[in-house]
Design a protein around this ligand. Structure first.
Ligand code: DAT
Ligand code: MG
Length: 150
């Protein structure tokens, strides 16, 4: 739906490598609406909740350590098929398999340093938005909307 929301996050390596503006710019230019944004240095406990589905994987401890190693940029983007389209814009989980033209395919090489996160389903998006933005998101009218959607 046009109102669909997805949770997009620039990971610590993306922040350190000065890719925040580039990633935001891609979502802006595509036509998505930014409805929440903050820089946050997350705790391991918070990140374990975010990645709860992966608990038990061999890479889980390393993933939490990496994600807690510096600030991330937490964002909510809204628009037509935001979840699925967001995943396409990010590229495959392993950057070696990500197509050029995707964020990971253009800026990353290693699965453990893949610079960005995007929700994988509408239900997980809503869960992640609630976890990272308990204060809620911002509602406003964007005057370009009628030029982006029919
Ligand atoms: P995605 O981030 O594409 O949704 P995921 O949810 O399966 O992928 O995994 C979350 C993150 O965990 C992923 O972005 C990078 C890391 N990861 C996944 N598989 C990995 C692996 N085999 N080795 C190391 N890190 C991995
Ligand atoms: Mg995932």
């Amino acid at each position: 739906s046009v109102q669909e929301r997805t949770y997009i996050m620039v990971k610590p390596d993306g922040v350190q490598r000065s890719l925040v503006g580039e990633i935001i710019s891609r979502f802006e230019k595509r036509g998505f609406k930014l409805i929440a944004l903050k820089l946050v240095h997350a705790t391991p406990e918070h990140l374990e909740k975010h990645y709860a589905d992966l608990k038990g994987k061999a890479f889980f401890p390393g993933l939490i350590k990496y994600m807690a190693s510096g600030p991330v940029v937490a964002m909510v983007w809204q628009g037509l098929d935001a979840v699925k389209t967001g995943r396409v814009m990010l590229g495959a989980t392993n950057p070696l398999a990500s197509n050029p033209g995707t964020i990971r395919g253009d800026y990353a090489l290693a699965v453990g340093r893949n610079i960005c996160h995007g929700s994988d389903a509408v239900e997980s998006a809503e869960k992640e938005i609630a976890l990272w933005f308990p204060e809620g998101v911002v509602q406003y009218t964007n005057s370009q909307e009628s030029w982006v959607f029919e």
